[in-house]
Structures are given as structure tokens and as C-alpha cells.
Ligand binder design. Structure first.
Ligand SMILES: NC(=O)c1ccc[n+]([C@@H]2O[C@H](COP(=O)([O-])OP(=O)(O)OC[C@H]3O[C@@H](n4cnc5c(N)ncnc54)[C@H](O)[C@@H]3O)[C@@H](O)[C@H]2O)c1
Length: 328
């Protein structure tokens, strides 16, 4: 039976998610929540989250609200026995993500996160090859997710606030690269980050560079710029070879990817991937987890490790120093 879903936060991303959910027979969009002006999406829209949590037709919520609201909204939804798909990042501190995960586990509801890059077919091929040992020992990741979608945001938009969206491009795009890096290399041990405002009105920074050093693996060099046209690249170097995924367009409107694989002693291979709906694939994996058809593919330890690394990156961007990642 289709999952009854309420989409919470109907701004940019929420208005993309609602029609996308409607393309899948795994979902029924039954309500929306929006505190600002409500768009006409053909569903009842409440201002009050609690009303939606009290609605028995709502089995699950999809949270597309600003980051600082995520942890408390996950906890409230879990306590009301609603399954939760939450946009990234799940929270801004390790302590909060642990509370959110625990609330979901205590109420036996599923928790999923909006890291759709994990569902892009060429990224899945990189994960498969890396985990099968085809690349040898993983040495280093180089990745970039840049875009210029926020150049015309009003000066009072939450994305320009250092409290709401700390370390500039980190929570917008860099967090997806951090998630993939944690998925391949495990827990981060220490980080160094630099954020600058160089090419836009984005006062909490438009240019982010991060070096992440992993506890039991190599390093990740992450680049996220919000003052240059779209670029997307994820490369993993190993002791037997490397793979690189280049995105043709932003995940909002995918146009496909190019995957290059270069293994020692073999011909370099290049393969083109047709566009795929990774955002929908992630949502459907959530529906499958709720229905018990398959476990959700992002383990909770990785959800926690990702936010713990994010928190250390924010600290490093502020202190200008190398920061340790908390592991408890
Ligand atoms: N996975 C992705 O690729 C992706 C892409 C874009 C945005 N996002 C995530 O989606 C979230 C929202 O981003 P956005 O760009 O859509 O922001 P946005 O500002 O355009 O939209 C957020 C909406 O939430 C509403 N809101 C605020 N407080 C609320 C509350 N208490 N209850 C209900 N609604 C409330 C706001 O009025 C606004 O309409 C962020 O966490 C962001 O990281 C993810």
C-alpha cells in the first residue's frame, strides 16, 4: 500500500519533492506544512506541524525545512510514530543527530536522509568497485560540488546566516561529498577547513576548501563553491587504480554522468550514464525500508559520522585550526 506522506517546508526543495513523490506509486501525498505563504499543490496545507502529526492518514513526513529545525522535527515526528525522511544535513551537531536517531529507533520508525548522490548509478558503481577491492587500498578522494543558485537570495534568507547554514557552502553542497567520503572511508578523525567570501553577496562564505583525514583510511579533499556555475566531480584514488564521476548537471534536473576508470595494467575506460532520478530512488528506498522490503542503504553510524565531521568542519572554519572529530 502507498505510504501516506506529509511534506514539511514547501520552499525550493519541498516544491520539487511533492510532484516527484506523485510520480511514484509507492507514495500518496496527503498533506503539506508551510509556515509562510502556502503554494497551491493540490493538498491541504497546514501551518501547524502537530496537526499533521495527529493525522492518521500521515504515515511519514518528508522534512524540507531549514537545517536548524531538522533534529527537533525528527524527534517530534518519531514520537508521533511517523517515519521520517529528512533533508540534509540531519542536524548541525553530533549530539543532536544521536538524539534524532535514538528517537527513531525507540519508536521503531525508519529514518532516511536526502543524500541522493548515493543513489546516482555511477556513484553506486564507484561504491561497488571500491568495496569489492578493485581499487585496492583507498588513498584519497577529490571531490567538488559547486553551483550558483543562491546568488539572488535576499539578504535575510536563512542560507546567508552563519548560524543557520554554517561554513557557507558546507551544508548546501559540501555535505553531499562528505557523506560519500564517509560512506567509502568510514569515520573522520580530524579536519581542516577554510571558508571565504570572495565572489558573491553570500556573507557567510561562498568558497569552501576542506581536508578530511579519516581514522582508518586516507584523506578527502572537498571543494564547494557557491559563486561559480555548476560543477560536480567525485574521484577516488586507490593503490590499484582510480575512478572519477563527472556530473553533467545539477541533481535538480539530472542530465547524466561520465564515469572514468583507470586500473593499473588495464586500458582507461570511459562510460556515459543516461539521466536517472536519484532523488526519487532515495525516497523509494525509504518507502521500501518502511514496508520492510529492504533495509535503508545508508547505515545510521554513517549518518552520525557525517554530522560529527560536519560539526568539526564548522569549528575549523571558525578557529582556523585543525579540529578533531568527536566520536562520542
Ligand atoms: N538533497 C538536496 O539536494 C537538497 C537540495 C535543496 C535543498 N535541500 C535541503 O532542503 C531543506 C530546505 O531547503 P530549501 O532550499 O528548500 O529552503 P527554502 O528556504 O527554499 O524552503 C524552506 C521552507 O520551509 C519553510 N519553513 C520554515 N520553518 C518551517 C516550519 N517550522 N514548518 C514548516 N515549514 C517551515 C519556509 O517558510 C520555507 O518555505 C534544507 O535542509 C536543504 O539542505 C536539499
Amino acid at each position: 500500500m502507498a505510504l501516506g506522506v506529509a511534506v514539511v517546508g514547501l520552499g525550493w526543495w519541498g516544491r520539487i519533492i511533492v510532484p516527484l513523490l506523485r510520480t511514484s506509486e509507492k507514495f500518496r501525498v496527503v498533506a503539506g506544512v508551510e509556515v509562510g505563504a502556502a503554494p497551491d499543490l493540490g493538498v491541504p496545507i497546514e501551518k501547524d506541524f502537530e496537526k499533521v502529526l495527529a493525522n492518521p492518514a500521515v504515515d511519514a513526513v518528508v522534512l524540507c525545512t531549514p537545517h536548524t529545525l531538522h533534529a527537533e522535527q525528527i524527534i517530534r515526528a518519531a514520537r508521533a510514530k511517523k517515519h521520517v525522511f529528512c533533508e540534509k544535513p540531519l542536524s548541525l551537531t553530533r549530539a543532536d543527530v544521536v538524539r534524532a536517531v535514538e528517537a527513531c529507533n525507540e519508536s521503531k520508525v525508519a529514518l532516511a536522509v536526502g543524500h541522493e548522490k548515493r543513489f546516482e548509478p555511477p556513484i553506486q558503481e564507484v561504491f561497488r568497485a571500491a568495496k569489492a577491492g578493485e581499487l585496492g587500498a583507498l588513498l584519497q578522494i577529490e571531490a567538488n560540488f559547486s553551483q550558483d543558485k543562491f546568488l539572488s537570495l535576499a539578504s535575510d534568507n536563512w542560507r546567508l546566516s552563519g548560524n543557520e547554514a554554517p561554513a557557507g557552502p558546507l551544508t548546501a553542497t559540501g555535505i553531499h561529498l562528505l557523506d560519500l567520503s564517509v560512506g567509502l572511508m568510514g569515520r573522520a578523525a580530524r579536519v581542516f577547513a577554510s571558508v571565504k567570501q570572495l565572489g558573491s553577496q553570500l556573507v557567510n562564505g561562498d568558497t569552501l576548501g576542506v581536508l578530511v583525514s579519516f581514522e582508518k583510511s586516507g584523506n578527502a579533499l572537498l571543494s564547494a563553491v557557491l559563486a561559480t556555475p555548476f560543477d560536480g566531480r567525485f574521484a577516488v584514488y586507490g593503490s590499484k587504480g582510480w575512478m572519477e564521476v563527472r556530473d553533467k548537471a545539477h541533481p535538480e534536473a539530472p542530465q547524466g554522468w561520465v564515469l572514468t576508470k583507470n586500473l593499473r595494467g588495464k586500458e582507461k575506460e570511459t562510460r556515459t550514464y543516461e539521466p536517472a532520478k536519484a532523488v526519487l530512488a532515495n525516497l523509494e528506498a525509504f518507502a521500501d525500508a518502511v514496508a520492510g522490503r529492504a533495509p535503508y542503504p545508508v547505515p545510521q553510524e554513517e549518518m552520525i559520522a557525517n554530522v560529527a565531521a560536519l560539526e568539526a568542519i564548522v569549528r575549523s572554519a571558525r578557529s582556523g585550526k585543525v579540529e578533531e572529530v568527536q566520536d562520542r
